[in-house]
Design a protein. Structure first.
Length: 256
């Protein structure tokens, strides 16, 4: 089998699409490292346009597992361990529940849900920063882990809970990345148990993880220097257009 066939999951996607995803993985990892969150949503929106819907959530989750694990390792000394422990407890409970639900949704419903979720994450109201008690973190872990099985990029929600503490940038990055790493690991386990063939996508995923690691390395070095206002505006426009396109595709397919 050629390199092209490996990276396109046996011809499931076009070679140009595979190259786009590999490059974009690095750019979105850089975005998340510098802005705190958002890269996973953008990557999800683009992947939803080129990947089969049945592969979208598990493949995106595996790529994000690699990206977040790298960021968590680079900032581990800044981790808020009590918060991570409470979040993980809820996440395990959420994964157990999701394992009974994840295969029951029709593909067009998943596609619509992803599009609507992206629009809410980009344009919906943001929670005010306030300290959360341990039961709140358990609930956050439970709720976002169930949700991530169906919509993929729950990073902005997890970041919102993490931001309720008065963390500095490195504390926020470490705690957020560690929570997302654990959550995506649970997602990979759940999809493996319900029969998703990850092996077919591993060459593409590993390539995206490598470029994501490079993006994270660069992004962490820009963390204290980058002015993000213009970047956030451009991000909102691009992601909104991608989400609207995805929604249109789902509605058109449903009407056929």
């Amino acid at each position: 089998m050629s390199v092209s066939e490996l990276l396109t999951a046996g011809g499931t996607i076009a070679p140009l699409s595979a190259l786009l995803l590999i490059v974009l993985s690095g750019l979105t990892a850089l975005m998340t490292a510098t802005l705190g969150a958002g890269g996973g949503v953008l990557l999800l929106a683009v992947m939803a346009s080129v990947l089969p819907v049945s592969a979208l959530i598990p493949v995106h989750g595996l790529v994000q597992l690699g990206a977040n694990a790298n960021r968590a390792a680079l900032t581990f000394s800044h981790l808020d361990r009590p918060m991570f422990s409470y979040f993980s407890l809820g996440a395990v409970a959420g994964a157990v529940l999701a394992s009974f639900l994840v295969i029951q949704l029709p593909l067009d419903i998943i596609q619509c849900t992803v599009a609507v979720f992206i629009l809410i994450m980009v344009w919906g109201p943001k929670p005010k920063a306030r300290r959360t008690l341990p039961p709140g973190y358990i609930l956050a872990g439970f709720f976002t882990t169930v949700l991530t099985m169906f919509v993929g990029a729950t990073g902005p929600l997890v970041a919102a809970f993490a931001q309720r503490h008065r963390y500095d940038k490195l504390q926020l990055t470490a705690t957020f990345a560690s929570c997302m790493t654990f959550q995506h690991a649970l997602k990979a386990l759940v999809f493996s148990l319900v029969g998703f063939a990850f092996w077919q996508w591993l060459p593409l995923v590993l390539s995206m993880i490598v470029t994501g690691a490079a993006g994270t390395w660069i992004g962490l070095r820009l963390l204290r220097q980058l002015s993000s206002a213009w970047f956030i505006r451009a991000f909102k426009i691009v992601v909104t257009l991608l989400a609207l396109r995805l929604l249109w595709q789902a509605m058109a397919a449903h009407s056929l």
